[in-house]
Write a protein that binds this ligand. Structure first.
Ligand code: PEP
Ligand code: MG
Length: 328
């Protein structure tokens, strides 16, 4: 089966009704680029930039970050990359982290909250990303956004970072697209206003599921409650994807759901046209895509999303996936 999927590397990710789908990879370091090329990804949809901040006693410098990002951009040979600004605080606590231990880390000073509390660190990374944008198509993405206030604060820091680079005469792409991750229910529910402030969005289903269902993504004792196909999650997903389509802003899913072929048709039926995943899953998802018809899926998915019964949702999802996509 794996060898047959391998043949799909150079096949376009186009549905039966001729809709083109963008398939991107999630990476954590330069080593992951190999896999990305191996499976024919269109670029990097999520670079988790935490790596450089961990297992060390001091913060990385701007030049150090710039070198890391530039190396990756060069290896991508013109393919686009979305760099997520550092998302620390929950499981990834660097040694230099001076903040007191959180009572409930997932609800504490994580992601963008930590960056906004440490503006010097935040702007240092922003300048490194901006400088790397002189070498290839880079986008910047802010994680764990919960409100418009935070987006405005991020924009202000970005303006300052750009100003600082101007003063130093450093080249960068002044029009570098900026986006947010939608992974907190408050962001999903206010998405129409958030969309107006940004160039694109990416849905982080790993956290969106956790926060919607109040089920820790890493806690086995509640793993039965962590349900990607829970009707509440599906309603949020549909709402966010539709809002983005309506405002003509690119939307992707970059959580595990995007790389799980069980959910490929569901997401296609919701209107999703961009998936970002662990590159290892890319060909299995592509196989689903080329055996799917988005028009047929749309009607089925509407029924699925309207329903509030998890048992029915599971049954309808099973039906949606039949006949199972055959290996090409
Ligand atoms: C997510 O939350 O879905 C996501 C992609 O980010 P991370 O898994 O790094 O929290
Ligand atoms: Mg997340």
């Amino acid at each position: 089966h794996k060898r047959q999927l391998g043949k799909l590397k150079n096949t376009a990710a186009t549905t039966e009704d001729e809709v083109n789908i963008e398939l991107l990879g999630n990476i954590e370091s330069i080593e992951d680029i190999k896999q990305l090329h191996k499976f024919g990804a269109d670029g990097v949809g999520l670079f988790r930039s935490e790596f450089t901040y961990l297992n060390r006693d001091t913060l990385p410098t701007e030049d150090e970050l710039y070198a890391v990002y530039t190396d990756i951009v060069k290896k991508l040979k013109g393919k686009p990359m979305t760099i997520r600004t550092v998302d620390l605080g929950v499981d990834k606590n660097p040694r230099w982290f001076g903040h007191s231990h959180a009572l409930n880390p997932a609800l504490g000073l994580t992601g963008i909250r930590l960056c906004l509390a440490e503006p010097v660190m935040f702007r240092t990374q922003m300048r490194a990303i901006l400088r790397a944008s002189a070498h290839g198509p880079i986008k910047m993405m802010w994680p764990m956004i919960s409100s418009l206030d935070e987006v405005r604060q991020c924009q202000t820091h970005l303006q300052t970072a750009k100003q600082q680079l101007h003063e130093r005469d450093e080249p960068f792409d002044d029009a570098m697209p900026v986006g947010i991750m939608v992974e907190i229910p408050s962001a999903a529910l206010t998405i129409n206003s958030l969309l107006k402030q940004v160039d694109f969005i990416s849905i982080g289903t790993n956290d969106l599921i956790q926060y919607t269902l109040a089920a820790d993504r890493g806690d086995e004792s509640v793993s039965h409650l962590y349900q990607p196909n829970h009707p509440a999650v599906l309603k949020l997903l549909q709402h966010v994807i539709r809002a983005a389509i309506k405002q003509n802003k690119p939307v992707s899913v970059c959580g595990e759901m995007a790389g799980d072929e069980q959910y490929t048709r569901l997401l296609l039926g919701m209107g999703l046209r961009r998936f970002s995943m662990n590159p290892n899953n890319l060909l299995a998802v592509k196989n689903r895509i080329i055996h799917s018809d988005t028009l047929l899926l749309e009607t089925e998915v509407l029924r699925l999303v309207r329903n509030d019964d998890p048992e029915k949702a599971r049954a309808l999802l099973k039906k949606l996936n039949q006949p199972a996509a055959n290996p090409t």
